[in-house]
Design a protein. Structure first.
Length: 63
């Protein structure tokens, strides 16, 4: 599989209490290799306190 994939990624930064401190919806990256099935992407999670983010989860969202 190479090229674009439909949908996007929902990225959530969680604090130590389990609350969502930052969220972002970002497009899939472009798949680079059939062998490794890599799709690089980057996301900016806006937050006032970066030290509070203890975990990041990434969920695929299909159209």
């Amino acid at each position: 599989m190479q090229g674009r994939f439909p949908g996007h990624l929902h990225v959530i930064g969680w604090d130590g209490s389990g609350n969502a401190g930052a969220t972002a919806d970002v497009p899939w990256g472009e798949f680079m290799s059939r062998r490794f099935r890599l799709a690089y992407f980057k996301a900016f999670l806006p937050t006032n306190n970066i030290a509070a983010i203890s975990k990041i989860s990434i969920e695929p969202v299909n159209p």
